[in-house]
Design a protein around this ligand. Sequence first.
Ligand SMILES: Cc1cc2nc3c(=O)[nH]c(=O)nc-3n(C[C@H](O)[C@H](O)[C@H](O)COP(=O)(O)O)c2cc1C
Length: 377
Amino acid sequence: MIISSATDFREAARRALPPFLFHYLDGGAGAEQTLRANVDDLQAVKLRQRVLRGSEQLDLAVDWFGEHYGLPIALAPIGLAGMYARRGEVQAVRAACHRKIPFIQSTVSVCPLAEVAAQASRPIWFQLYVLKDREFMRDVMRRAWELGAKTLVFTVDMPVPGARYRDAHSGMSGPNGPLRRIAQAMLCPRWAWDVGLHGRPHDLGNISTYRGHATGLADYIGWLGSNFDPDIGWQDLQWIRDEWKGTLIIKGILDPDDARDAIAFGADGIVVSNHGGRQLDGALSTAQALPSIAEAVKGKLTIFADGGVRTGTDVFRMLAMGADGVLIGRAFVYALATQGQAGVERLLAIMEKDLRTNMVLTGAKSVREIGPHLLAR
Ligand SMILES: Cc1cc2nc3c(=O)[nH]c(=O)nc-3n(C[C@H](O)[C@H](O)[C@H](O)COP(=O)(O)O)c2cc1C
């Protein structure tokens, strides 16, 4: 099939993946209203066309926390990305390094930190969940630091896992899950050969490193499910700010008051995010939430945003609404599932081209010039 956009990659991924994996990626919480709103509200943001502004020389580079990046984009942390392509996190980090953008490795990646860091030509960013097992948190933070990660993305919007109804239907969870997953894999021979057989081991690499032994994915997901910590407040986490000597970004902010609390906590950045519509169904879309958060804290810390970003135009929209950088989640995994590292590089090239076109059509010469004055009112 012809691939010219993230939408095409999504369709190709749907055809290539066992349904339980496609729906785990594609789905969201509850009735998926927030998931849909992320996409729809972002696409509804109107841009201000300007003409004859002479912007052939375009600068798409950004500086975050004293480091230089090639595009205002980062690959979002995605749990189990290693199930979508052979050693998926390794392929994704190579693509990110090739394009000089951050790869944010999830706590619940398939490949362990050491395997990914060994393949990265730039420091990876590491994402951490709040878990009851504080010893695990300390241990994995120490390992990330020793492997060169200087940026910790601390996700706070998952004190409990959201209700993912699609997973019960697809076989990701629910009755006879293991049997249904094997049956589905057998009907996807390319995936079964490439990832099912040659992409092993299939476990949560950071957790098996910590526990010192490998067992099945289901065992780790059980460990994780019972380890989220709903009984947690900012004050319980101050030790993380005190112990982490690098950059600290709080991911999962959707309210200006929480953004102010993140500043009080000592964060260097936030990600305006509702976890891709996978947690509180009925929460604001990020396109709705971002402008008021930017108004409250712009310039006081670095603002990233994610949720529903499928095109370079969407990246532009997030920047115009006040983000300093944009994370892409599902879009890059659709590409990874379809063409591995080459697919992610291709998606980034498509997004870069979109972004350039939009900059010419709005008269912005550098991504730093993109701001609310380029929104049509
Ligand atoms: C399959 C999947 C797994 C995810 N795993 C994590 C994770 O491990 N840690 C995290 O902070 N966010 C996780 N997220 C949320 C993403 O980092 C990001 O916030 C979200 O995907 C952005 O929305 P988008 O997919 O519409 O771009 C996950 C999202 C998806 C779709």
